[in-house]
Design a protein around this ligand. Structure first.
Ligand code: PEP
Ligand code: MN
Length: 366
């Protein structure tokens, strides 16, 4: 089945003058003062198009702050009145949708922990029937493109045409400096499937730490994302959720000023756009190749420690034969020359032996 979505362009519901759509605001609405003051300072930057805040917070573990719920909705009305900016909140149930719309919330988003569940997404889609509201769908927590696509299909099936994707990275269980590994290729695949679907980068939830926001936001811009959603709080260190990844409105303004947003000349925009997009995609794939090599090497290192501690010999010829054969078979399936993959694996294997020797010769720490 060739999926397709009826999606209206971003500027059908928000005017950004060709600039990336900027959504910013606290992870959670905590108090009226915190929300309104954050919104006011963000609006003063002049470059924020939509304010965000979580009102119902889906937490992985119980006991953390679960959001102020309906109590916060009048604060949103005040923030809107004082800034003149539209407001976005996360919704996870039909009741959230009803309440959000009742209080004049302008944009809804579906969170990563909701996108993973087709039952929840269908309930949301059913509740959206007959409503004309922009809906942004975050990628599911786990790297499963089909779940993300399924959510768009369900919501589009309810007649929502103001649709967009939020790429917030994935939880894979692999070690990474980021809270959620971006896996940029997932969003690239989504774009290839639905070129008309706007994609908004969420560097905050990818990063988990303020220090990484800039590089992730820049990467999203380099990949020609349609916008950014960033968590900003008047007093980030005291935030009731996601404190480490939020930044003050002033720091956010500074970050935006330093982002390189490469505008394309309009004359040969298609050619240049295609070239740049492809190069960006290549850069992203290359980055992943190197990251994967590092991940493989750290697994090899662990393996070597086990071998050393259990007195098993380092080189296992059968295993090497099997690696080579299975990788060559896979490469044939994927239309790559098996010789190419063989050469690459010989180098990887050499390095892996070298690494293992190094570990073997190190006595374990008592
Ligand atoms: C959020 O945006 O605050 C949030 C809960 O994000 P995610 O669904 O990406 O974890
Ligand atoms: Mn958050």
């Amino acid at each position: 089945m060739k999926p397709d979505l009826a999606v209206e362009p971003l500027d059908s519901w928000i005017k950004t003058d060709g600039k990336p759509l900027i959504i910013a605001g606290p992870c959670s609405a905590e108090t009226e003062e915190q929300l309104v003051e954050t919104a006011r300072q963000l609006a003063q930057l002049g470059s924020v198009h939509v304010i965000r805040a979580g009102v119902w917070k889906p937490r992985t573990r119980p006991g953390s702050f679960e959001g102020m719920g309906e109590t916060a909705l009048p604060w949103i009305q005040r923030a809107k009145a004082e800034t003149g900016l539209p407001f976005a909140v996360e919704v996870a149930t039909p009741q959230h949708i009803e309440l959000a719309l009742k209080y004049g919330v302008d944009v809804l988003w579906v969170g990563a922990r909701t996108t993973v569940n087709p039952f929840n997404v269908q309930e949301i889609a059913d509740a959206l029937k007959g409503v004309d509201v922009p809906v942004l769908v975050k990628n599911p927590v786990n790297p499963d493109l089909a779940l993300w696509v399924g959510a768009f299909e369900r919501i589009a099936g309810a007649g929502i045409t103001k649709l967009g994707a939020i790429h917030r990275g994935f939880s894979t269980g692999e070690a990474s400096k980021y809270r959620n590994i971006p896996m940029w290729q997932m969003a690239i695949e989504l774009r290839t499937m639905f070129p008309q679907l706007p994609i908004i980068g969420d560097p905050s939830h990818m990063a988990g730490k303020r220090a990484y926001l800039n590089e992730l936001a820049q990467m999203a811009m380099d990949l020609k994302y349609d916008g950014l959603i960033v968590e900003s709080h008047i007093d980030p260190d005291k935030a009731w959720s996601d404190a480490a990844q939020q930044l003050t409105p002033a720091a956010f303004g500074e970050m935006l000023d330093h982002l390189q947003i490469r505008q394309l000349a309009s004359s040969d925009v298609t050619f240049k756009g295609a070239m740049e997009q492809l190069r960006n995609n290549i850069d992203s794939v290359d980055r992943q190749i190197v990251e994967m090599l590092a991940a493989r090497m750290s697994l090899v290192e662990k393996l070597a420690e086990y071998k050393r501690d259990n007195n098993v010999s380092l080189f296992q010829p059968d295993r090497w034969k099997e690696i080579l054969e299975s990788r060559k078979q896979l490469s044939t399936k994927l239309n790559l020359y098996p010789e190419l993959v063989e050469e690459i694996y010989k180098i990887i294997h050499m390095e892996s032996i070298r690494k293992q020797t190094e570990v073997m010769n190190n006595t374990p720490v008592a």
